[in-house]
Design a protein around this ligand. Structure first.
Ligand code: NAD
Length: 257
């Protein structure tokens, strides 16, 4: 890396961890942008200034910042590792536009373990027919989380649906309550638990008459997302423009997800 890594949202929960992990990995930390300064990191006035000084910017900010960041990074020719979630369709279009000019790695979850489970989910679903193996996804997160099911749970549901060649929207069953009637064949069910400080737990279950298969991922520490994002940042070095996922970084494309 010639210049180094910049962090957008460097004062946030993820941004502070990222700064620590970049330094711990012995990589050059150029600095960051945020609404307020943090620690000893060099602060830049805006994304254009940060992008001009970095090889790659790791971005964990807010969806409202995404379109502006996309334009600034594309203009500077600087790679982008995008962890921010909750993007609108217009934001996604802005990401696609930027990916014509620079390498963009975008993932709703940068944990290597979750991405492996996502790859497995598609392969399992393709092998286990929906009329015999009921797919259920259970997730638990801390009490502050405002959306349900989590983006990762929906990603698991999408992987199962893709593996079965169906649209998730047509088979999704969320938050059962009251007299729901029997479970529909081929449905993909979601249940969300909330409490305490749980960083993120996801279990994918395939339940048949004679057997159950369950795959669980538990994140105990947000640091796992930070180290995954830094791995993605290193991977962008010398990469041609395009829109990439964590699966590409981990060499798991074509693994059935
Ligand atoms: P946070 O609120 O603690 O931090 C966000 C930081 O971004 C704040 O310091 C805020 O001031 C700053 N910010 C917001 N808009 C900005 C802008 N326009 N310019 C510069 N700085 C700006 O939140 P967090 O927990 O660190 O999460 C940040 C984002 O990352 C969220 O969208 C969250 O869902 C996502 N996230 C993704 C993953 C993943 O693996 N992909 C993991 C954790 C969190």
């Amino acid at each position: 890396m010639n210049r180094g890594i910049g962090i957008a949202g460097i004062a946030g929960r993820m941004g502070r961890l990222l700064a620590e992990e970049v330094v711990a990995a012995g990589l050059p930390l150029v600095g960051g942008i945020d609404r307020a300064p943090v620690g000893a990191a060099r602060m830049f006035p805006d994304m254009a200034a940060l992008a001009a000084s970095c090889d790659v910017v790791v971005d964990f900010t807010h969806a409202s910042a995404v379109a502006g960041h996309a334009a600034a990074l594309a203009a500077a020719g600087t790679a982008w590792v995008l962890g921010t979630t909750g993007l609108s369709a217009d934001d996604e279009t802005a990401v696609t536009e930027a990916a014509r000019r620079v390498a963009v790695v975008q993932a709703p979850n940068f944990s290597p373990g979750v991405n492996l489970v996502l790859a497995l989910a598609g392969r399992m679903a393709a092998a286990l027919p929906g009329d015999a193996y009921d797919a259920e996804i259970v997730e638990m997160h801390h009490r502050q989380k405002v959306d349900a099911p989590s983006g990762t749970a929906l990603g698991l549901g999408e992987a199962v649906a893709r593996g079965r060649g169906v649209s998730l929207e047509l088979v999704r069953e969320s938050g059962r309550d009251g007299h729901t009637g029997p479970r529909k064949p081929n449905a993909i069910g979601f249940a969300a638990l909330r409490g305490g400080q749980v960083v993120g737990e996801h279990t994918l279950i395939f339940a048949a008459a004679g057997e159950h298969i369950a795959v669980t991922h538990r994140a105990f520490d947000r640091r796992v997302f930070a180290t995954g994002a830094i791995r993605a940042a290193r991977w962008t070095e010398g990469r041609t423009p395009g829109r990439y996922s964590m699966m590409d970084v981990l060499g798991m494309t074509g693994a059935g997800a």
